[in-house]
Design a protein around this ligand. Sequence first.
Ligand SMILES: Cc1cc2nc3c(=O)[nH]c(=O)nc-3n(C[C@H](O)[C@H](O)[C@H](O)COP(=O)(O)O)c2cc1C
Length: 178
Amino acid sequence: MSGIVIYKSKYGATKKYAEWISEATGFECVALDKADMKSLSGYDTIVFGGGVYASGIAGINVLRKNIEKIRDKKIICYCCAASPYDEKFFSELVKQNLKDGLEGLPCFYCRGTFDLQGMSFTDKTLCKMLRKAVAKKSPDEYEVWEAALMSVGENEKGDWTDRSYIDPILKCISGAAE
Ligand SMILES: Cc1cc2nc3c(=O)[nH]c(=O)nc-3n(C[C@H](O)[C@H](O)[C@H](O)COP(=O)(O)O)c2cc1C
């Protein structure tokens, strides 16, 4: 079985999961920006991973644009965000992103990082503004991802990456679970 892992990662967590999946399966691992989407028809399995920024899965539009060419392949998605896994948060994320032709694709959650100091100036400014807005709420009103955003200090790094998040992805690849 041939396969490829394509990922879109700004700060490394989605890439780390892609590399773990690649290690475990022997699949090639390629950054979306370097991937030749025309070559995807040569693989049996395509794993797509994207980081989550402001509730959007990065790179998902590229997958949508190419979906008809690879419809007959086994396509598996995962996304990587700072929030702890939460059913409501995740199903909302899937609903918002896996639409317009991507409905029903298996999608998995892998928890990532949150590191204000490591962010680009724009992202840092955006996240700081967000934290200011969220700080006005009472902590018991925080959405799960807002709580994650607030739990890490300005000079700390939250790193929740964990290899065990790929276990269900590997099972899905091997056909043990969908
Ligand atoms: C601008 C920005 C917006 C983000 N928005 C969200 C969000 O809506 N929900 C969430 O859980 N995490 C959010 N995060 C955290 C990222 O999803 C997290 O850092 C993840 O590890 C990103 O993947 P990457 O490390 O592959 O870039 C955001 C991070 C940035 C920089």
